[in-house]
Design a protein around this ligand. Structure first.
Ligand SMILES: *Cc1c(COP(=O)(O)O)cnc(C)c1O
Length: 457
């Protein structure tokens, strides 16, 4: 190993960090389908979107043309506090697996929020502040997004109201407290503070909530309170745009050593980390300059890409948000208790959905206990305690590395290690005690939800 020139960690200098985000939509021949007004089924106008989202973010949401968008200096400065994130050569994992494959991971867990979500949270808070807003509302499932947004809002002195899916609120009291350290107010969802929350509580007494339901509550509060807007941590085009810093840094680091990846792997919940990681590579692929195998990994319990429909659907349970064309399991699909909370969303980014539909990337699923086995194998050799979400990518990276062992191919594999798992110890405990379930929805069950997709004519 000593003779190898590639260091364990490839860092970038501050002046090598991206100054612009890359907008992959500019290079897509088939653009992602527009968001539609849920009432009229017409494309949402900037003005309509402006009632829910900040102005500048609306522009980014609708921008399918500009390849690069300047990262405002204030955001660049904040990024410098925790970026560049390291691109790590997983020498120890390679050794353990005895694989000829070369494995790299881009580690996004090196900030207090513990995940990549801070990259977009700080951008969204910045634009809200710039617009002179009082505050923002949002939902959080596992808690990473809420934590990231609380940090970003406290930095820019904005009020932050978080609706946290009730089961996470109860399972992860420490996440909740971290958000409160940063000054956010945290409400378990469904709550009795919103019309939609009251309705859902009445229809499903004792429900432990879902992301779709928490989104409806957060949107309702944003729309009803002057000076507030709603922000979302994944799925949207703007979020993928902000997350392109992950891919841009990865590419810059690899380019320093003339490394060309063969396979790029990421976990996919709403698609933001994967979309960000792959964007500059996908850009090359779209422009015909290079080719890569790109793999999205989703939980077998919530298989939007692999078993969902590519159709217009609601983004939330309350059906107040615009319709998005995406791979979806149906907006009232509530996945079984899969501990990778961040991967439990019923839909998938419209950008990634279009790229997948065009055959430009692959998708696969992983079973929960296999994911935790991979997580532990990784933790024991590479040291980092991975988030369950991230561990879906680890699982498939290990599988691909083991295939190389069989064939003797020296492929270069890059995967996104999106975060740390310190707040997921209840899930690790279930895994250790053999109490983790591997529920996979049946075709009949999925068909039931798919039948309820909105009719578009
Ligand atoms: C939220 C989250 C994810 C999934 O979200 P994407 O938008 O699909 O990236 C993955 N990993 C971690 C650690 C998360 O917090």
């Amino acid at each position: 190993m000593a003779e190898n020139k590639i260091p364990y960690k490839i860092y970038l200098e501050e002046n090598e960090m991206p100054k612009k985000w890359y907008n992959v939509r500019a290079d897509m021949k088939n653009k992602p389908a527009p968001l539609l007004n849920p009432g009229t089924h017409e494309p949402m106008t900037a003005q309509e979107l402006g009632g829910v989202f900040c102005e500048e973010l609306v522009q980014q949401e609708l921008d399918n043309e500009n390849q690069y968008i300047d990262i405002p200096q204030e955001i660049q400065d904040f990024y410098k506090m925790y970026r560049p994130s390291p691109l790590v050569r997983a020498y120890c994992l390679e050794e353990k697996l005895q694989t000829p494959a070369k494995i790299y991971y881009k580690f996004e867990g090196n900030n207090t929020s513990g995940s990549h979500k801070l990259n977009s949270a700080i951008a969204q808070a910045y634009y809200a502040k710039k617009q002179g807003l009082k505050g923002v509302t949002t939902e959080t499932g596992a808690g990473q997004w809420g934590t990231a947004l609380s940090m970003a809002c406290s930095y820019f002195d904005l009020d932050c109201k978080v609706f946290m899916v009730k089961c996470s609120y109860e399972q992860k009291p420490f996440r909740r407290e971290v958000m409160r350290v940063y000054g956010a107010s945290v409400t378990p969802s469904p709550s009795m503070e919103t019309e939609i929350g009251k309705k859902i509580n009445a229809e499903h007494p004792g429900t432990t909530g879902s992301l779709g339901c928490a989104i409806s509550e957060a949107v309702e509060v944003a729309v009803k309170n002057p000076g507030y807007r709603y922000v979302l941590g994944s799925v949207l085009n703007q979020v993928l745009l902000h997350q392109s810093v992950i891919g841009l840094e990865t590419k810059a680091a690899l380019d320093k050593y003339n490394i060309k990846p063969d396979i790029i792997i990421g976990c996919a919940g709403g698609g933001s980390n994967l979309g960000g990681l792959i964007s500059p590579f996908m850009g090359e692929k779209l422009r015909g300059e290079a080719d890569y195998r790109i793999i999205a990994v989703e939980p077998a319990s919530c298989p939007s890409f692999t078993r969902g429909k590519y159709a217009y659907d609601f983004c939330d349970t309350g059906m107040v948000c615009p319709l998005a064309k995406m791979y979806t399991l149906g907006s009232d699909f509530i996945p079984s208790a899969n501990h990778a909370g961040g991967l439990r969303y019923h839909g998938m980014s419209p950008v990634l959905s279009q790229l997948y539909d065009d055959g430009l990337m692959e998708a696969t699923t992983a079973i929960q206990t296999d994911v935790f086995e991979a997580a532990e194998q990784f933790a024991r050799v590479e040291g980092i305690l991975p988030a369950p979400e991230s561990s879906h990518a680890i699982k498939v990276a290990i599988d691909e590395a083991l295939k190389c062992k069989e064939t003797g191919e020296e492929k270069t594999i890059v995967f996104g290690l999106t975060g740390t798992g310190y707040f997921d110890m209840v899930a690790y405990e279930k895994f250790h005690d053999g109490k983790m379930d591997d529920y996979i929805p049946s075709d009949e069950e999925l068909a039931k939800y798919a039948a309820k997709l909105p009719k578009m004519d």
